[in-house]
Design a binder for this molecule. Structure first.
Ligand SMILES: [Zn+2]
Length: 258
């Protein structure tokens, strides 16, 4: 049997109440989940940087060792050439070997210069590496603190939340699919998580935009589902309670009872 509009609205209101309770639990956690996500992202980025620095250092070290080997080879060649100079047959041969020795000495100088450069590079990279590592450690500490804080908050509210989620599942099933979809869409867009509101003091309870009298009357009659013209939230009811008038009405009711 098709539900009446009043019944549909009631089901929506129940769902909204449960969701608002769940929202309140999440509000308690504040920005913690976002902060944790940000920290985790930052740490991943920093760790990538640390790895890059380490690889760069390894590369420089390999270059140094290559240069050191080249120096050894040059020194061996120089020794060989100097030996050969003892057995030359003429000056031309001697001079040629002297040139070769000079060339190798030049090679050694170039390699030594490069090694000094690489060592300077390594020192610089090491500094960046230490800084990055330090920041990683700091962020990791922050992350641990936030995580344990969130865990304790979650543990506190877990039972309550589970109960509410079950209640929510049941409440959600009582809302017809088309309305449930609209509800979820409106709620997703609403900053305060309210998709179903009452009209309070002639204004939308969600966006506080004034609702014209005819529209209020339509909401009151519950013949069809009415939404706020300004924000699209679903109107469940019209609250006629005026806070200032509350005591007055109570006394008049008492008087009427007498
Ligand atoms: Zn509104």
């Amino acid at each position: 049997m098709e539900k009446t509009v009043a019944e549909k609205l009631e089901a929506l209101q129940k769902l909204q109440a449960i969701d608002s309770e769940l929202d309140a639990i999440k509000t308690l956690r504040g920005d913690l989940p976002d902060e944790i996500q940000d920290l985790e992202d930052e740490i991943v980025g920093l760790e990538t940087r640390v790895e890059k620095h380490k690889t760069a250092i390894d590369n420089k070290k390999e270059e140094i060792s290559n240069r050191q080997n080249a120096i050894k080879e040059s020194k061996a060649l120089i020794e060989k050439y100097e030996q050969q100079q003892n057995n030359v047959r003429n000056n031309r041969e001697y001079d040629a070997l002297t040139k070769e020795v000079e060339l190798q000495n030049l090679e050694i100088q170039i390699s030594e210069k490069r090694i000094r450069q690489y060592q300077g590079d390594i020192e610089q990279i090491n500094e960046s590496l230490e800084k990055a590592t330090e920041i990683v450690n700091e962020r990791q500490k922050d992350l641990d603190v936030n995580k344990s804080e969130l865990t304790s908050l979650e543990t506190e509210s877990m039972e309550q939340e589970e109960k509410l989620m079950k209640k929510r599942d049941r409440a959600y099933k009582t809302v017809e699919t088309r309305l449930a979809t609209a509800y979820s869409r409106i709620r997703g867009n609403a900053r305060n998580g309210l998709a179903v509101v009452n009209i309070k003091r002639h204004a939308c309870g969600g966006c506080f935009h004034t609702v014209p009298p005819q529209r209020q009357a339509d909401v009151n009659s519950k013949k069809k589902i009415i939404v706020c013209e300004n924000c699209g939230r679903i109107f469940a009811d019209v609250e006629i309670v005026e806070v200032v008038e509350k005591p007055k009405r109570r006394t008049s009711r008492k008087k009427a009872a007498k």
